[in-house]
Design a protein. Structure first.
Length: 185
């Protein structure tokens, strides 16, 4: 088995490698044939936007080539991630968001041949090491059992349901407290 090495990318490095990252995205999320171009373009647009967000941070896993990556950023104080939160945003989430203490795991992708080898969990853990946030959060489709099962296995908990776009799908918001070196618990 090929060993996968973790490394952090700066914004500049992420920008320089965005085409390779987009290729990895397409390979990691094989969708309907013929949709690859549109999926890739939508990813690139989102990725370019996310790279400009405050607190952007990125980890990649390298084997002989890119095996996967994870990136995130600090959630802005207005908390756009929580738009359409069913039943209203819980007070503790509002407070953490308002104080700049929420990191969004915006993307996690691993090529199929590197799955079930702890690459995804290592990418996320390495990404969170430098975070000064108290909570990491991510959105997932409820029917995406591999993702929701991974979150559960990693100690994440369901925060609630979110429907960011009125006509869009209902998503699950997942979260996990981030433990910092030297902190209790």
């Amino acid at each position: 088995m090929t060993e996968v090495f973790m490394r952090r990318l700066t914004r500049w490095q992420a920008e320089q490698q965005r085409e390779a990252i987009a290729d990895t995205y397409v390979e990691a999320y094989l969708r309907a044939p013929g949709e690859e171009f549109h999926d890739r373009q939508r990813f690139l647009e989102r990725f370019v936007e996310d790279m400009q967000r405050p607190g952007f941070d990125m980890m990649v896993g390298d084997g002989p080539s890119l095996a996967g990556c994870a990136y995130g950023y600090r959630l802005e104080r207005e908390g756009a991630l929580w738009r359409g939160f069913r039943g209203g945003v819980p007070k503790d989430l509002e407070e953490l968001t308002a104080s700049g203490q929420v990191m969004v795991l915006a993307e996690l992708m691993v090529l199929p041949e590197f799955r079930r080898r702890r690459v995804a969990s290592r990418l996320v853990e390495q990404l969170l090491i430098r975070s000064r946030s108290a909570l990491v959060a991510a959105l997932a489709e409820p029917a995406n059992t591999p993702v929701t099962s991974a979150f559960q296995a990693w100690g994440w908990h369901l925060l609630g349901e979110v429907q960011p776009d009125q006509d869009g799908p209902l998503l699950e918001a997942w979260g996990r407290n981030i433990e910092h070196a030297g902190s209790a618990g």
